[in-house]
Design a protein around this ligand. Structure first.
Ligand SMILES: C[C@@]1(CC(=O)O)C2=NC(=C\c3[nH]c(c(CCC(=O)O)c3CC(=O)O)Cc3[nH]c(c(CC(=O)O)c3CCC(=O)O)/C=C3\N/C(=C\2)[C@@H](CCC(=O)O)[C@]3(C)CC(=O)O)/[C@H]1CCC(=O)O
Ligand SMILES: NC(=O)c1ccc[n+]([C@@H]2O[C@H](COP(=O)([O-])OP(=O)(O)OC[C@H]3O[C@@H](n4cnc5c(N)ncnc54)[C@H](O)[C@@H]3O)[C@@H](O)[C@H]2O)c1
Length: 213
């Protein structure tokens, strides 16, 4: 059995603590920030980019060593210092809470791990090897990035709009399903947005006329 359950957690406004301020902490903070999490870093030193985010008020920096401070306010806790014993003491404190815990050098202690991810607006493609090989996850992510380019951001927004429109305007569930399938054709992905909408409007008109016959 693989015990990892893939979910998409809404992180907006969630309190997160990141212990350590090096490269790994920066990567974890970066992806948490993109989702609107409220992050506190505990570390005597931080990278220049983390310092920039602090100055811009995007994150909160407690300039101190981690020495067993209370972590109970936090929903997500990441330990990413370069000291194994410090990371372990974060774990000991964190496990008293109900938080999601990520100990960067101890996959066995994590109750969540982070996948490698391609984001194209609302489209999110994640790869996990369940900790077996982060470099394989990264390689597959790069491959997926080539296959699913930036055009997917607009395309997925278009599909969302069309979905609402079709649900409102087409009564027959089988016909709706056929339209949804048709809109998955690569022609719609590749077309510029205006042309894509014209193609979809023409398709809807056609279907409606058929429905009236
Ligand atoms: C996906 C990604 C997400 C993110 O971190 O945001 C992520 N690691 C990434 C990068 C990365 N990781 C490592 C390097 C150095 C090169 C190398 O050694 O390969 C690089 C940098 C690079 O590849 O450039 C090494 C490494 N990783 C872990 C350990 C500890 C250990 O295994 O003991 C060590 C050895 C540390 C040591 O040296 O001691 C552990 C974990 N790393 C995971 C996720 C989780 C499992 C994911 C999965 O496989 O499902 C897990 C279990 C926990 C977690 O961190 O959540 C991210 C973006 C990738 C991308 O998209 O490019
Ligand atoms: N999970 C992953 O994806 C992954 C990938 C690579 C490395 N790692 C592991 O992550 C850890 C961090 O790696 P890094 O490259 O960011 O290290 P780094 O040396 O760049 O950064 C370490 C940071 O921890 C801070 N620190 C040290 N002692 C501290 C304390 N007592 N309290 C608070 N902060 C303290 C330092 O000031 C520094 O900011 C290492 O254990 C490494 O093995 C994990």
């Amino acid at each position: 059995m693989n015990p990892h359950y893939p979910i998409h957690v809404k992180m907006e406004g969630m309190l997160c603590a990141v212990i350590g301020g090096g490269e790994v902490a920066q990567r974890k903070v970066g992806s948490l920030l993109e989702c609107g999490a409220k992050i506190t870093i505990i570390s005597p030193e931080i990278t220049p980019l983390l310092a920039e985010w602090t100055e811009q008020g995007k994150i909160n920096w407690k300039r101190e060593l981690y020495q067993g401070q209370d972590l109970s306010p936090y929903f997500f806790i990441v330990a990413a210092t370069n000291h194994r014993h410090v990371n372990y003491s974060v774990y000991e404190q964190a496990k008293r809470t109900k938080a999601f815990i990520n100990i960067a050098d101890r996959p066995d202690l994590c109750n969540y791990i982070v996948p490698s991810t391609v984001k194209r607006g609302r489209l999110v493609i994640s790869v996990s090897t369940s900790g077996a090989s982060p470099s394989l996850a990264s390689k597959l992510r790069r491959r997926l990035e080539r296959e699913f380019g930036q055009e997917y951001e607009g395309y997925v927004d278009f599909l969302a709009q069309m979905r609402l429109k079709v649900l409102q305007e087409i009564k027959d569930a089988t016909v709706r399903k056929q339209i949804f399938q048709e809109l998955l054709d690569d022609r719609y992905v590749e077309a510029p947005s205006l042309q894509r909408e014209q193609m979809a409007d023409a398709l809807l008109q056609q279907v409606k006329q058929r429905e009236q016959l």
